[in-house]
Design a protein around this ligand. Structure first.
Ligand code: DGL
Length: 269
């Protein structure tokens, strides 16, 4: 296999990374993908940095074994606590992308309002990754970060557009000063699944930024620059999980038109 024929690896704790994988499919239609959802260890957001890094390295090793030319850490939690370690571990075997840098770069280039909210898992918010990056380039901005830990289990359980999800979203976002920001960064790859309800909460009046297409765009530019873009017919996408969950199959089917086959892999035995 020549380098540009190799697949792109994408991983997350669960269905969240599918939002990024879906954008990659749209923006890079010639690439084949290998997805890993670590459903056995979900949610990552409540785990210690050591555990998150341990899980992420195992998955990275698995994707390197599948000869991925690039690996997208499609999880803000793993990106915020483990990007350096994962990059070090992969060495020059694959390009490693996190989902935070492309979003903060985009923010500086195209938006930079004076007040921005960031919502994410406990681990992502505790790491301060977004806040540090935004303030380093734009010290005048006021960044309000808030952990919203119920959103991931809510989404993984399929509460997406109903009274339960509306009540939880309202409870988190009506907290001051998040109720009054000019832009909101969805610092978790699960959250684009409920983006419309978040928009509705703000009466469609607040810029809502998520990583999916921004990261896929950054990946495309880098593959182009490195001469690694695949042209011609792509191979079959593969979807691995560390545990079967009924909802994973359903949502993966929604993102990737109908029937996909899930393959179970226990990388920790
Ligand atoms: N989708 C993930 C993120 O972007 C992980 C959520 C979790 O497992 O807690 O942070």
């Amino acid at each position: 296999m020549t380098d540009h024929d190799k697949p792109i690896g994408v991983f997350d704790s669960g269905v969240g990374g599918l939002t990024v994988a879906h954008a990659i499919r749209r923006i890079l239609p010639g690439e084949s993908m290998i997805y890993f959802g670590d459903t056995a260890h979900l949610p990552y957001g409540d785990k210690s940095p050591e555990s998150i890094i341990y899980y992420s390295k195992k998955i990275t090793g698995f994707l390197l074994g599948k000869q991925c030319k690039a690996i997208v850490i499609a999880c803000n939690t793993a990106s915020s606590v483990g990007y350096e370690e994962i990059s070090k571990y992969a060495g020059d075997q694959a390009l490693i992308f996190n989902v935070i840098d492309p979003v903060t770069d985009y923010y500086h280039e195209f938006l930079a309002p004076k007040t921005v909210g960031v919502i994410g898992t406990k681990a992502t918010i505790q790491s301060g990754a977004y806040e540090k990056k935004i303030l380093a380039e734009n010290p005048g901005v006021k960044v309000f970060s808030k952990a919203t830990p119920l959103l991931v289990p809510m989404i993984e359980e399929g509460f997406i557009y109903d009274d339960i999800s509306n009540a939880i979203i309202r409870a988190y976002l009506s907290d001051k000063p998040l109720d009054n920001v000019e832009a909101l960064i969805l610092g978790c790859t699960h959250y684009p699944i409920i983006k419309n309800q978040i928009r509705r909460f703000y009466n469609f009046d607040v810029e809502i930024l998520d990583s999916a297409s921004i990261v896929a765009g950054a990946l495309k530019s880098r593959l182009e620059a490195d001469g690694l873009l695949h042209s011609g017919r792509r191979g079959k996408d593969r979807f691995f999980v560390s545990d079967y969950t009924p909802y994973f199959k359903k949502i993966a089917g929604m993102f990737f038109d109908g029937s996909i086959e899930l393959e179970k892999r226990d990388l920790w035995r």
